[in-house]
Design a protein around this ligand. Sequence first.
Ligand code: AP5
Ligand code: MG
Length: 215
Amino acid sequence: MSQPKLLLLGPPGAGKGTQSANLVERFGIEHVTTGDALRSNKGMDISHLDTEYDTPGAYMDAGELVPDEVVNEIVRTALEDADGFVLDGYPRNLDQAEYLADITDLDVVVSLSVPTDELVRRLTGRRVCSECGTNYHVEFDQPETEGVCDECGGELVQRDDDTEETVRERLRVFEENTAPVIEFYDEEGELVTVDGEGAPGEVWKRLESAVEARL
Ligand code: AP5
Ligand code: MG
C-alpha cells in the first residue's frame, strides 16, 4: 500500500509544524511545508510576476500571502517526489485548494483548532533552530540548554514574522483567506477537527487516533 497523504490545516501557531514532525515519524512520510520552503528562498527574485513585492520574504515579513504562482509550483514539485506526505501551510486560499485538488488526492484532512489568544502566546514565544528548524517555546517547550537546539546544537532564533504586530496581521489574513478553505473541506464532508489545546503530547494522542481511524 502506498503511504498516506495527509493535509494539516490550522491558523498560525496551531501546532502544524510541531505535529507534522510526529506524523512524519509515525507514518514514515515526508513533511511538505510551504512556510519552510519559502523561508529557504526568501530572497528569490519574483519581480517578473509583476506583483506587489519582488521577493517572497517581503510578503512573509508583512504577514501577507506569497503569490499563488510561487507556492503552487513549490507544492507541485514537492508532491511529485513524495511517497506519502503531510502537507502543512497549504492551501491557504480557495484558489490554492482548487489547484491542489487537480494535482493530488488526499486520504485525511485535519484541522487543528486553537483559540486566538493562545495562538498569540505560542507565536510570540516560539524559537526555531537556525540549523535544523526544530520548534521550541520559551515557556511551553524549552530546550535543555537555553538558546541551543537539543537535536543538533544549532542556535535558536525568533522567526522574523513572530513579532506581535505581524502575528496579528497573519491571524487576520488567516481569517480572511484560509478559514474559508477549512469551511470548504468541512462542507465536502472531508474534514476532521482536532482540539489543538493542551500539551503537545496530548494533542498528538488526539491527532494520531483521529488519523488512524480514517486510514
Ligand atoms: P508558515 O511558516 O506556514 O506559518 P503559519 O501558518 O503562520 O504557521 P506557523 O508555522 O507559524 O505555526 P504552526 O501551526 O506550524 O505552529 P508551530 O508548530 O510552529 O507561513 C509563514 C508565511 O509564509 C506566511 O505568513 C506567508 O507569508 C507564507 N506562506 C506560507 N505558505 C503559504 C501559502 N500556501 N500561500 C501563500 N503564502 C504562504 O507551533 C507554534 C509555537 O507553539 C511553537 O513555539 C511550539 O513550540 C508551540 N506549541 C506547539 N504546540 C503547542 C501546544 N500544544 N502547547 C503549547 N505550545 C505549543
Ligand atoms: Mg509551521
